[in-house]
Design a protein around this ligand. Structure first.
Ligand code: ACO
Length: 323
């Protein structure tokens, strides 16, 4: 059977840092509150004129270099983003042009913080059917553009960035020893869509709007949903927590990550954490965490990884990947 192996990983973070001390000057908050309640110390903010596609292209170039291939060798691009450059066309076609890919196809997906997982699952299915040989999967966001910088409930949480992986078809035997994506599960429940949304929308009022969130409710659902979907993919792949080398979670809140890790019996040293320096970069956070894990040398070839995400919709997802 065909498996989607990760042959390249990349990331990009804008230069500008916004620290908790900076935020103290903007809203009624404190470094101590933000650290204690979220685990965040600073986040990156895209420069004026620096667009989601710019971040996505930089991350894609790093991933392509890591994979040792050119853009022409990619058959499919999926960009997960909640903050596209344009209402139309897709941000993915800008990436396509920038990497010199003239064949194949490129499109965006929107599943908020679960976007990368949805994009990964989509590309994985194209590879499994044999329709595509190599796919570039990107999570890229400029969340700072839709944050209400006067709302302390949300503005302390988010940051900008992009992460990317290159997937390539490999023959596997169908067991957990295979290299590549072993299992993916996606879920959504639209009954909760009001708990995390935006004040704008193209069809609603022709504006992008700003983020609104019932943080406590999102938090409550997050730990339960994440632990459940992680257990589901582990069971489906016949894998126990002790066999997994690293948990690579969506980075929303360190207490959500700790709570999920505890439920799954993961010690802190088996969890990749980028939240303190990046904040919540939505669809970009999982590939950025993967990039951090790989470039720091902690994640190595052959390691078994558990990825999980939870975001607006609600959407949530889990995946098991042998790197
Ligand atoms: N600084 C100081 N005080 C604050 C701040 C702030 N930045 N923000 C909120 N507070 C206050 C609140 O006003 C409240 O005060 P009150 O009791 O007088 O009303 C108090 O702190 C406690 O507020 P809670 O909302 O109960 O705080 P909580 O411990 O739940 O932490 C947080 C809030 C960090 C938002 C948390 O609920 C959380 O992380 N939720 C989940 C976020 C998440 O996972 N999002 C998912 C993905 S995002 C996406 O999909 C785009």
């Amino acid at each position: 059977m065909k498996r989607s192996a990760i042959i390249g990983v990349g990331g990009y973070l804008p230069e500008k840092k916004l620290t908790n001390a900076d935020l103290e000057k903007m809203v009624d908050t404190s470094d101590a509150w933000i650290r204690e309640r979220t685990g965040i110390e600073e986040r990156r903010i895209a420069a004026d004129g620096e667009l989601t596609s710019d971040l996505a292209i930089r991350a894609a170039q790093v991933a392509l270099t890591d994979a040792g291939i050119s853009g022409q060798e990619i058959d499919m691009i999926v960009v997960a983003t909640t903050t596209p450059d344009d209402t139309l066309p897709a941000t993915a076609v800008k990436v396509q042009e920038a990497i010199g890919m003239t064949g194949g196809f490129a499109f965006d997906v929107q599943a908020v913080c679960s976007g990368f997982m949805y994009a990964l699952a989509t590309a994985d299915n194209f590879i499994r059917t044999g329709a595509v040989r190599r796919a570039l999967v990107i999570g890229a966001e400029t969340l700072s553009r839709i944050v209400d910088w006067t709302d302390r409930n949300t503005c302390v949480l988010f940051g900008d960035g992009a992460g990317a992986v290159v997937l390539e078809a490999r023959e596997g035997v169908g067991t957990k020893a295979d290299t590549g994506v072993l299992q993916v599960a996606l879920r959504s429940d639209g009954r909760y869509r009001q708990l995390l949304g935006a004040t704008g929308g193209v069809s609603k009022n022709q504006r992008a709007g700003t983020i609104t969130m019932e943080g406590r409710e999102v938090f409550r659902h997050a730990v339960t949903n994440l632990a459940a979907i992680a257990a589901e993919v582990m069971q489906a792949a016949d894998v126990t927590a002790s066999e997994i080398d690293f948990l690579v979670p969506h980075q929303a809140n360190v207490r959500i990550i700790d709570g999920t890790a505890k439920k799954l019996a993961f010690e802190a040293d088996r969890v990749i954490l980028t939240l303190p320096k990046q904040g919540n970069t939505s669809a970009a956070s999982i590939p950025l965490a993967l990039w951090e894990g790989v470039s720091s040398g902690r994640i190595r070839r052959g390691h078994l990884l558990l990825l999980e995400s939870m975001g607006g919709g609600f959407t949530w997802a889990g995946a098991l990947i042998r790197f």
